[in-house]
Design a protein around this ligand. Structure first.
Ligand SMILES: [Zn+2]
Length: 391
């Protein structure tokens, strides 16, 4: 016989739901929580008391109501006390993010290319240790989330392949844990997945259940949300849309194959098409878009061609996933903005009418910080799943 959830399980679920609500939406009145969570007033009161007792939320008067009379109490996350560390490996950036998603402290390091995990971990761990020194006494660290450009094994965060860094089976999570010497759980995820996670939780895709976040750095990947859930595949390797083969026997890709989508729309492909193969990096790409904008014919042709390819690929993804929103992040944002007409034209050409009906094309609301915020969300997930276990 199937047994229903126990009282304790229901209470833990409700604690998680309440904490998640204030984590995502900020200070919320008890009355609104009662309506949103579908629980009665006394239950909301008891849950709030439990979370406040664990130091995860506080209750107080709203900062400004603009209304006369006695204001109703609001529940707000203890953002200054409860935090997660967040690391964006490929950009060598680290942050301390408070419950509620606010970046409390950050370090942006110089980004030399060609470092392996053993060289990268001490740099990032050093940034975290520096931030750790200014953490207030009594604050609670719930974990660290790490975003990497590459295929990440869900089970243990091993980077199986970072095509553009040349990483193969690099244990970046373990290397960071060794260097840090701080006893916190470390969760590693793909940068496009975590950026999608952030935009879905608190960015341009809030409230959308079917989203594709296309992220470009040197290569291209996608974070996919379907039915409100992150789609990462069996081992965690899903979303490698940059390696869809679009040109038979096309240009050689960093993954070892030929004619992958990212050989046409990624950094190397764009620079090659513009006759700038010797140039590298985000700045070189921005210079290329700038040249196209100023009328450089070869740069314009390269951007138009890449815009065509971007539209074709997005059309295929729209037909497969029927998303309500496609977000262009990283270098894909720059390419989309530089070639929006081509992208829309090709998308309309290959997209099935029914799939095109409700799809919106957007740029990220969280901008360059999406991956940092999303990596912190990975760490907060454990807390939100069972608040009193971690708190
Ligand atoms: Zn490839």
């Amino acid at each position: 016989m199937r047994v229903g959830p126990s009282q304790d399980e229901i209470r833990r679920q409700n604690l998680g739901a309440l904490l998640r609500h204030v984590h995502v939406h900020g200070a919320t009145s008890r009355a609104e929580l009662t309506t949103t969570l579908g629980l009665n007033r006394s239950t909301i009161g008891a849950l709030t008391a439990d979370l406040a007792g664990a130091g995860l939320v506080s209750e107080g008067t709203p900062k400004e109501t603009g209304r006369a009379g006695r204001p109703s109490l609001v529940v707000r996350p203890e953002s200054a006390r409860v935090y997660a560390y967040s690391i964006e490996v490929d950009r060598l950036r680290a942050a301390r993010v408070g419950l509620g998603g606010e970046i409390l402290d950050r370090r942006d390091l110089e980004r030399p290319r060609g470092l392996d995990a053993g060289e990268t971990a001490p740099l990032l761990a050093g940034a975290l240790k520096e931030m750790h020194q200014s953490v207030p006494a009594g604050a609670l660290c719930v974990g660290a989330g790490v975003a990497v450009c590459g295929m990440v094994r869900r089970a243990d965060g091993l980077v199986r392949l970072g095509p553009t860094t040349g990483w193969v089976d690099e244990p970046i999570g373990a290397a960071l844990a060794d260097e840090l010497g701080i006893d916190v759980p470390i969760t590693v995820g793909n940068v496009a997945d975590v950026a999608a996670f952030a935009e879905h939780a608190r960015g341009v895709a809030a409230g959308c259940d079917n989203v594709i976040y296309l992220y470009g750095d040197v290569g291209v990947g996608a974070g996919i949300i379907a039915g409100g859930r992150r789609v990462t595949g069996h081992g965690g390797y899903g979303g490698e849309v940059g390696h869809m083969v679009v040109v038979r026997d096309g240009a050689r890709c960093e993954c070892g194959s030929r004619g992958c989508w990212e050989t046409e729309i990624g950094e190397y492909g764009l620079l090659r098409a513009a006759g700038r193969s010797d140039a590298r990096g985000r700045e070189a790409l921005l210079a290329l878009f700038d040249a196209a904008d100023r009328g450089d014919a070869r740069a314009q042709t390269a951007v138009r061609q890449a815009g065509d390819w971007l539209g074709f690929g997005v059309g295929n993804l729209v037909n497969i996933f029927n998303p309500e929103m496609v977000i262009f992040g990283g270098t894909m944002r720059d390419l989309y903005l530089a070639a929006a007409a081509q992208v829309r034209s090709r998308l309309n050409q290959v997209g099935l009418p029914a799939c095109l009906e409700h799809v919106r094309l957007r740029t990220p609301k969280l901008g360059e910080d999406a991956a940092l915020v999303g990596a912190a969300e990975l760490a907060f997930e454990r807390l939100l799943a069972d608040p009193l276990d971690v708190g």
